[in-house]
Design a protein around this ligand. Structure first.
Ligand code: LCS
Length: 407
C-alpha cells in the first residue's frame, strides 16, 4: 500500500494528501497520531547508542526529532520538491534557525528592502549582534543583487511577493546571479505564495521557508514554520539552528493540526487565489481607489514575472490605497473608515486563514520598520493589506460596496 508509492512522482493534489503520511505502523491508524512524548525508550543500551550515532534509525528526544513532526517534514519536502525539511515552532524560528545555521561572524547577507516586519528587525538589528553584515536592495530589479554581492556574501534572502507591498522578485534571475558569483545560498520566504502557486526550489533557490502559520496550516489556529532544501543544508539548520541554538521544534500537536490542514491545501489555495483576483479587480475599478497591489493585475509592475513564477495563480494577498481627499479626508482617514465599516473581514494581522483579514501595515505588522524606510518602499500610511479568505467573493464585494458608501 501507501508505503511503497513514491509520492514525489504524483501530481500535486495527490502528493499533498499522501506525502509523508503512510498509515501508522504500530496501530494501523490512518490519521498520523500525535506522538506527544518528550523522550523515546530503548530496549538496550546498545540500541540507545545506535540511535544516538544514527546507525539505527529512529527517535531519541523530541527536540531533535519526533514522528508527528517528521511526517510534516516529509510532506513539506515532497510538496516543495526538496530533499529534506525541518519543522519549527514558528516562521521566525524557521528564518532565525536558517540564518544561524548558514552564517558565521564576518559573513554578509544581501536581502530585500521589503520584508515582513519581524524579518526586517532580524536583518536590520539582530544579525549585526552576531557580526553579520546586511545589505538591503530593491529586489524587483535582479541586477541590484549583482551589484550588492561581495566576497563575503553567503546568503541572498528574499520574500516574493513581499509583505505587505506585494513587490515581486524574479527568483530564477536572482538565483542565477547569486550562483554565478559564488557559493551563495538563495533563501526564499514563499509564505505569500504557497504551493501550488510557486515552487522556489524548481526556480533555482537553494532553500525555501514558510510561516506554516499561514496557508500551509490554513485554519488560523497554529504558529509554525518549515525550512526545505538539500539534505546537507537542512542537517546544519536542524542541528545548529533548530535543535541547539534556538531549540525551536514544533509541538507534535501543532504538527498534527498542520498535517490535517494541509490535506486541503490544493483546493484552499486555488480558492484563495480566485477570490483575491475577483476582489482585486473590483477594488481596481472603484472610484475611491488610487492603487491596488496584486500580481494578478496587469497594472502590477511584476505581473509578467508573476505570470510564469506564480503559475498564473497569484496568491490570496493584496494591498490597496484609497485616493487622497475623498470627502475632504486623507487616504488614511478614508481607509480607516472603510475598514471600520466592513462586516465580514476581521481586523487582525496574520494571513492565509479561511476568514478574510484586514490590517494596517504602518501601525501593525510593519510598525517596527523605520518610517523613512517604510515610505521609501511604499508602505505608506494609507496602505491597507487584505488576506482574502474563503468566504463568497460576492459577499465580500457587497461588504466593500456598502462600506465605501459609508465613507
Ligand atoms: N514570513 C512572512 C512572509 C510572514 O508574513 C511572517 C509573519 C513570518 C515570516 C513569520 O512567521 P511566524 O513566526 O509569525 O509564523 N507574518 C505576519 C503578518 O503579516 N501578520 O502577522 C504575522
Amino acid at each position: 500500500m501507501g508505503t511503497k508509492v513514491n509520492w514525489r512522482e504524483k501530481r500535486f493534489s495527490t502528493k499533498v494528501i499522501h506525502g509523508g503520511q503512510a498509515f501508522d505502523k504500530g496501530t494501523g491508524a490512518l490519521a498520523t497520531p500525535i506522538y506527544q512524548t518528550s523522550t523515546f525508550c530503548f530496549e538496550t543500551v546498545e540500541e540507545g547508542a545506535g540511535k544516538f550515532d544514527k546507525s539505527i534509525p529512529g527517535f531519541v528526544y523530541s527536540r531533535g526529532g519526533n514522528p508527528t513532526n517528521r511526517a510534516l517534514e516529509e510532506k513539506c519536502a515532497i510538496i516543495e520538491g526538496g530533499e529534506d525539511c525541518v519543522a519549527t515552532a514558528s516562521g521566525m524560528g524557521a528564518i532565525g534557525s536558517t540564518m544561524v545555521g548558514l552564517l558565521r561572524t564576518g559573513d554578509h547577507i544581501v536581502t530585500s528592502d521589503t520584508l515582513y516586519g519581524g524579518t526586517d528587525v532580524l536583518m536590520r538589528t539582530n544579525m549585526e549582534h552576531f557580526g553579520i553584515e546586511v545589505s538591503f536592495v530593491d529586489m524587483t530589479d535582479a541586477e541590484n543583487v549583482r551589484k550588492a554581492i561581495k566576497e563575503n556574501t553567503k546568503v541572498v534572502y528574499l520574500e516574493t511577493p513581499a509583505n505587505p507591498t506585494m513587490a515581486v522578485a524574479d527568483i530564477k534571475a536572482i538565483a542565477n546571479i547569486a550562483h554565478e558569483a559564488g557559493d551563495i545560498k538563495v533563501v526564499v520566504d514563499s509564505t505569500f505564495a504557497p504551493p501550488p502557486v510557486q515552487f522556489p526550489l524548481a526556480l533555482g533557490a537553494d532553500i525555501v521557508v514558510h510561516s506554516v502559520t499561514k496557508y500551509l496550516n490554513g485554519h488560523g489556529d497554529v504558529i509554525g514554520g518549515v525550512v526545505i532544501g538539500k539534505s546537507e543544508d537542512i542537517a546544519i539548520i536542524r542541528g545548529i539552528g533548530v535543535t541547539k541554538l534556538n531549540g525551536t521544534p514544533p509541538s507534535p500537536f501543532n504538527s498534527y493540526l498542520v498535517l490535517r490542514g494541509m490535506k486541503t491545501l490544493d483546493i484552499r489555495v486555488k480558492l484563495h487565489c480566485e477570490n483575491a483576483m475577483e476582489i482585486a479587480k473590483f477594488l481596481e475599478g472603484h472610484e475611491y481607489i488610487e492603487k491596488v497591489h496584486y500580481p494578478g493585475l496587469e497594472s502590477h509592475p511584476g505581473h509578467e514575472i508573476a505570470k510564469v513564477q506564480m503559475n498564473e495563480m497569484y496568491g490570496g494577498m493584496l494591498a490597496f490605497e484609497l485616493k487622497e481627499d475623498i470627502n475632504g479626508m486623507s487616504a488614511f482617514e478614508a481607509g480607516k473608515k472603510l475598514v471600520n465599516n466592513l462586516t465580514i473581514p476581521s481586523i487582525a494581522v496574520s494571513l492565509g486563514d479561511p476568514d478574510t483579514l484586514v490590517e494596517h501595515p504602518a501601525s501593525m505588522t510593519h510598525a517596527s520598520v523605520p518610517k523613512e524606510e517604510r515610505e521609501k518602499i511604499g508602505i505608506t500610511d494609507g496602505l491597507i493589506r487584505l488576506s482574502v479568505g474563503l468566504e463568497s467573493a460576492e459577499d465580500l464585494i457587497e461588504d466593500f460596496e456598502n462600506s465605501f458608501k459609508q465613507i
